[in-house]
Ligand binder design. Sequence first.
Ligand SMILES: NC(=O)c1ccc[n+]([C@@H]2O[C@H](COP(=O)([O-])OP(=O)(O)OC[C@H]3O[C@@H](n4cnc5c(N)ncnc54)[C@H](O)[C@@H]3O)[C@@H](O)[C@H]2O)c1
Length: 493
Amino acid sequence: MLCGQKLSPLSFLSLQQLQFASQEEKQEFSKFPTKTGRRSLSRSISQSSTDSYSSAASYTDSSDDETSPREKTQVNSKGSSDFCVKNVKQAEFGRREIEIAEQDMSALISLRKRAQGEKPLAGAKVVGCTHITAQTAVLIETLVALGAQCRWAACNIYSTQNEVAAALAETGVAVFAWKGESEDDFWWCIDRCVNTECWQANMILDDGGDLTHWVYKKYPSVFKKVRGIVEESVTGVHRLYQLSKAGKLCVPAMNVNDSVTKQKFDNLYCCRESILDGLKRTTDVMFGGKQVVVCGYGEVGKGCCTALKALGAIVCVTEIDPICALQACMDGFKVVKLNEVVRQVDMVITCTGNKNVVTREQLDRMKNGCIVCNMGHSNTEIDVASLRTPELTWERVRSQVDHVIWPDGKRVILLAEGRLLNLSCSTVPSFVLSITATTQALALIELYNAPDGRYRQDVYLLPKKMGNTERPALAKQTKRFIFYLLYISKRNT
Ligand SMILES: NC(=O)c1ccc[n+]([C@@H]2O[C@H](COP(=O)([O-])OP(=O)(O)OC[C@H]3O[C@@H](n4cnc5c(N)ncnc54)[C@H](O)[C@@H]3O)[C@@H](O)[C@H]2O)c1
């Protein structure tokens, strides 16, 4: 029997079995670039299920229980089985993880304390699809404290902290996620969040656009009740703008990715703190004296360069934007072309958001032992697909670490198969995520409470001032949030 209470007919179907209106629709759906669709599933699932320390430090992944959570019947202490996680008995351990995260998520906790009396999300039914980590759990529990009901799936098949998902399930959140989902599981989990009896979402919180896309394609009538979409990622926001341009966006959407509170904190500081962690955990590399090339000197590149330089690495930068190139020079980094340095460098790190920044030709020219990884956009920055050819041998040496071996014996060390290094192989700082999560929560509150006519069917940035909100405590809180950010910047100067 499958776990969970309310099973719709669709719950039993695989992606291949889903009924599409036409062959064309099916093809279009399959073409749609999803996070899961961009990497090789066949290689990775069993590896991630035995992974001991990758992805947000999930300590419970070494469980011998290989039974799919979909095949288990699990019930939380309140008697509910409206969830599907690896093992609900890990809840206590997950609770400790969430408590640790709370300690450094003061912006979100402050929002929770200030606004929970007023319950600005009372009546909100939020369906969410994000990484399920201790930090996201703090966000979900904040939304619940503010009055929302939540159903949640993971936006990435690797990043779920199983014990955290268990803790959420134990408190009554309908969470459908586990680490090492198959692609079929991934869509099944999203479907279980959306397609349920007696509950219809009226808000969407998405990271990557897969949930929005699923609702759009499979349950468009849900949009009749949805008051807005809050989207965090570059990819998801891009999809929303495409929908808006085509006149197909049915509801207002909030672009959290381009809010100053995400760009200037998450992209820069999160990457500055997590790049070294990801590299160390996977390779144990010594940074001092290593020659590193960082491709792209935007927010992410700046963070990576600063961290690497601080540990004594000799860092050079590639850039296509003259202003960013000049900034790199002013900050003391040599600006180069990748082709000029690719033979001598010890590490190549991509941070551009662009495609094919590192080509097969450049990979061919790298020296033995060169570490190649990506901090930018999904797995398209390094041409990993070009390495899957018969003359090259792939050797999995650790979780998320592959040696790609050329016929002459040269090895390139590829991390996380070219996906985001920090999200795949390290933890990310709770403090920074707290600022992004607070922005997401405020965006939900704003869209949910906005009077008719304030937002059209378009993509918006969170207003810097929300003083005209109908809810005085919220306005006060928003001001506090901005003051809080100011306080942080003052404290650091
Ligand atoms: N790893 C993470 O945790 C994390 C966090 C936030 C954002 N991101 C992702 O990182 C990417 C970059 O984000 P950002 O905020 O730094 O963007 P950004 O636009 O500030 O910077 C990207 C820089 O790369 C440069 N660039 C583009 N193509 C290039 C090429 N072929 N060679 C060299 N330089 C090139 C651009 O000129 C730009 O300066 C995005 O895809 C974003 O989604 C990752």
